[in-house]
Design a protein around this ligand. Structure first.
Ligand SMILES: O=C[C@H](O)COP(=O)(O)O
Length: 218
């Protein structure tokens, strides 16, 4: 299953309740140098390419392109209606974390998805703090777990207990071979959205194994 992410193609392989995210770089770059803004033309192109997943709400779309929560939610709903899976990204910026607003920001973004999607069956939530993406400054396992648990609790309260337990919540932001094992041990971290470390084969294998080991142990 494939999804465009920048100049990369993301492969998502669900394993029981655990999702493993594999990122592969495919040449030629220009063909893939687009983010998954999900309009009709884009969906058509993605399907032509064999893509199955899109990632609305990724940091660049929110904070560089300037897409707002409602637009992102509509993109997600449209992608679902066209049969694509959705990796719904939520995040907070550093100043928001330092101001104690992490949950408020993440819940607001989550609500925009919840307000528009008809079903959570084909949705994976990705928590990707902006300050951790591509910076080498990964969230600690406790920081990530705290948000993941809160997101699951939000789903339970605002959507349903079934959706809360069935929805995979993955973490992204400077995941590497040295930190993935501790992150993966956290109860509510079901997998990873990997950027830079996906370019390093053996290290990437370590990340994948940290999640599959969890699945085997469960
Ligand atoms: O989608 C990937 C994320 O943005 C994380 O990227 P990173 O692993 O390079 O921090």
């Amino acid at each position: 299953m494939l999804s465009i992410h920048g100049d990369q193609v993301v492969t998502v392989q669900p394993v029981s309740s655990v999702v493993v995210v594999l990122v592969l770089v495919l040449p030629p770059k220009p063909v893939f140098k687009l983010f998954a803004s999900v309009d009709a033309k884009c969906v058509e192109q993605l399907k032509d390419l064999g893509c199955k997943w899109v990632i609305p709400g990724h940091s660049e779309r929110r904070h560089v392109i300037g897409e707002d929560d409602q637009f992102i939610g509509k993109n997600a709903a449209y992608a679902l209606s066209e049969g694509l899976g959705v990796i719904a990204c939520i995040d907070e910026k550093l100043d928001e974390r330092e101001a104690g607003k992490t949950f408020d920001v993440c819940f607001k973004e989550l609500k925009a998805f919840a307000d528009t999607v008809p079903s959570w069956e084909n949705i994976v939530i990705a928590y990707e703090p902006v300050w951790a993406i591509g910076t080498g400054k990964v969230a600690t396992p406790l920081q990530a777990q705290e948000v993941h648990a809160a997101v699951r609790d939000w789903l339970k309260t605002n959507v349903s207990a079934d959706v809360a337990s069935a929805t995979r919540i993955i973490y992204g932001g400077s995941v590497n071979g040295g930190n993935s094992a501790e992150l993966a041990k956290q109860e509510d971290i079901d997998g990873f959205l990997v950027g830079g470390a996906s370019l390093k084969g053996p290290e990437f294998a370590t990340i994948v194994n940290s999640v599959t080991s969890k699945q085997v142990a469960a």
